[in-house]
Design a binder for this molecule. Structure first.
Ligand code: DAT
Ligand code: MG
Length: 150
């Protein structure tokens, strides 16, 4: 089982898409271990997007991510990291396939609704940035056996 960090970005919150986007992950079979609405500080945004420091879009990205509240989710599931990236679709809605979150809910090539960790290393680093270990609750769901890795 893998764990991944998902962020519903300020545009998702502003557009009242918290429920619609969260339901995409739930109906796929991912388990919500933690969920909180929060205002990201410039310092946290800088840590989270450290890999993009110095790129032309970096300042705008930090500005956007701190422009309003986000919802952070810790999700668990079989191959959760790649599964969530597939559900999200390509980086921008104008390129993302229909049927994906970004493909269905957005058309912008700047605002893209959702973040998902892109590897096991970034997932553990990002989960640590956003959640304390106590905030991630380990519990059973009645359909766990149907969603488990074989
Ligand atoms: P992803 O969010 O699909 O993992 P990424 O890690 O390459 O994409 O980039 C992180 C975020 O930075 C992305 O969600 C939106 C922004 N971004 C990336 N490339 C950009 C670009 N060329 N212009 C503007 N914003 C960009
Ligand atoms: Mg990325």
């Amino acid at each position: 089982m893998e764990r991944t960090l998902i962020l519903l970005k300020p545009d998702a919150v502003q557009r009242r898409l918290i429920g619609s986007i969260t339901s995409r992950f739930e109906r796929k079979g991912l388990k919500v271990l933690a969920m909180k609405m929060m205002q990201i500080s410039p310092e946290l945004a800088a840590q989270h997007y450290d890999a993009h420091h110095g790129k032309p879009f970096y300042d705008g990205l930090v500005q956007f991510m701190t422009s309003g509240p986000v919802v952070a989710l810790a999700l668990e599931g079989n191959k959760a990291i790649s599964v969530c990236r597939k559900l999200m679709g390509a980086t921008f809605g104008c390129d993302a396939e229909a049927g994906t979150i970004r493909g269905d809910f957005g058309i912008s090539d700047g605002f893209n609704l959702v973040h998902g960790s892109d590897s096991a290393e970034t997932a553990s680093r990002e989960l640590e940035l956003f959640f304390s270990p106590e905030e991630m609750i380990d519990y059973s769901l009645i359909d766990d056996s149907f969603n488990a890795a074989e």
